[in-house]
Design a protein around this ligand. Structure first.
Ligand code: ADP
Ligand code: ADP
Length: 232
C-alpha cells in the first residue's frame, strides 16, 4: 500500500550539505504494523517528515495506493495529508482545550459541522478508553492518557495510515505496553496500517509484523519480523 522507491534527502544549508536519506526502498503492506528502527542520526525523523509530506525529498517517490505523494501540491497535497494520522513523542496536545476539544480539532479544521463532530468524538472516546475524561484538560492526565488523546485525534479523520514517531519514548515501560496494546487493537479492529518509528527494539518485538533498519541514511534491512529475529 505504501511503496517507497529510491527515496533520498539532502539538506543544504549555505555551503554545506548533509545527506539524511539515500536510496531508501520500502514496501509497507496494507494492514501491517511496520517498524522502522535506527540509531540517532540514522534519518528516521527525515523519513517521517517525508512520509508526512512536511518535507520534500530530493530524490525518489512515495506511492500510496499508487499515487505519488511527492508530486502533489496545493489542494491535492492537503487531501493526501488527511489520509495520514500522526502521533508524537510529546503528544502535542493543546493545553487550553479539553480532551474532547483536542480530538475535535482536526475535524473543525476540516470544516465538519458541530453535530457531526460531536458524534465522531463520542465514537473515538470509548475507542481509546477516555469517555470519563472527555472534559478534562491535558494537565490533568497521565502520560498514557495523553497519548490516548493523541491516538484519538490522529484517527479522527479516518486515515489510511497511522504514523507513530517515537510515540512511547516518553512513557514508562508499563504504560508503553498499554499504548502498544491499544495500537495492536486498532490495527486488528480497524485494519489500519501502522508505521512505527522508534529507537527501541522492544517496541518492534512487541507489536511489529515487519521491520526496516535505517543506518547512516540507508535502509539495511527490510523484512518480516520473523525473518529478522530468527537466527539461521
Ligand atoms: P534521526 O531521526 O534518525 O535521529 P534525522 O533524520 O534527524 O535522524 O537526521 C539524519 C541526518 O540529517 C543527521 O546527520 C542530521 O544531522 C541531519 N539533519 C536532520 N535535519 C536536518 C536539517 N533540518 N538541516 C540539516 N541537517 C539535518
Ligand atoms: P495509562 O496508559 O494512563 O496507564 P491505562 O492503560 O491504565 O492508562 O488505561 C486508562 C483507562 O483506559 C483504563 O480505565 C482502562 O481500563 C482503559 N483502557 C485501556 N485500554 C483500553 C482499550 N483498548 N479500550 C478501551 N479502554 C481501555
Amino acid at each position: 500500500m505504501i511503496q517507497i522507491n529510491n527515496l533520498g534527502k539532502v539538506y543544504s544549508t549555505g555551503r554545506s550539505s548533509t545527506r539524511a536519506l539515500g536510496g531508501v526502498n520500502l514496501n509497507i503492506p496494507k494492514g501491517s504494523v511496520y517498524g522502522i528502527i535506527g540509531l540517532s542520526g540514522a534519518g528516521k525523523s527525515t523519513l517521517v517528515r517525508c512520509l508526512n509530506l512536511l518535507e520534500k525529498p530530493t530524490e525518489g517517490q512515495i506511492l500510496v495506493n499508487g499515487q505519488d505523494l511527492t508530486s502533489l501540491s496545493g489542494t491535492d497535497l492537503r487531501i493526501a495529508r488527511r489520509k495520514i494520522g500522526m502521533i508524537f513523542q510529546h503528544f502535542n496536545l493543546l493545553a487550553s482545550r479539553t480532551v474532547a476539544e483536542n480530538i475535535a480539532f482536526p475535524l473543525e479544521i476540516d470544516g465538519m459541522k458541530r453535530a457531526a463532530i460531536k458524534e465522531r468524538v463520542s465514537e473515538l472516546l470509548p475507542l481509546v478508553g477516555l469517555t470519563e475524561k472527555a472534559d478534562s484538560y491535558p494537565s490533568e492526565l497521565s502520560g498514557g492518557q495523553k497519548q490516548r488523546v493523541g491516538i484519538a485525534r490522529a484517527l479522527a479523520l479516518k486515515p489510511d495510515v497511522l504514523l507513530c514517531d517515537e510515540a512511547t519514548s516518553a512513557l514508562d515501560p508499563q504504560t508503553t505496553l498499554s499504548i502498544l496494546s491499544l495500537l495492536k487493537d486498532i490495527n486488528r479492529e480497524l485494519g489500519l496500517t501502522i508505521v512505527i518509528i522508534t529507537h527501541e527494539m522492544k517496541v518492534i518485538k512487541e507489536i511489529c509484523t515487519h521491520v526496516a533498519v535505517l543506518h547512516d541514511s540507508r535502509c539495511v534491512e527490510d523484512a518480516s519480523v520473523e525473518e529478522v529475529f530468527t537466527a539461521p
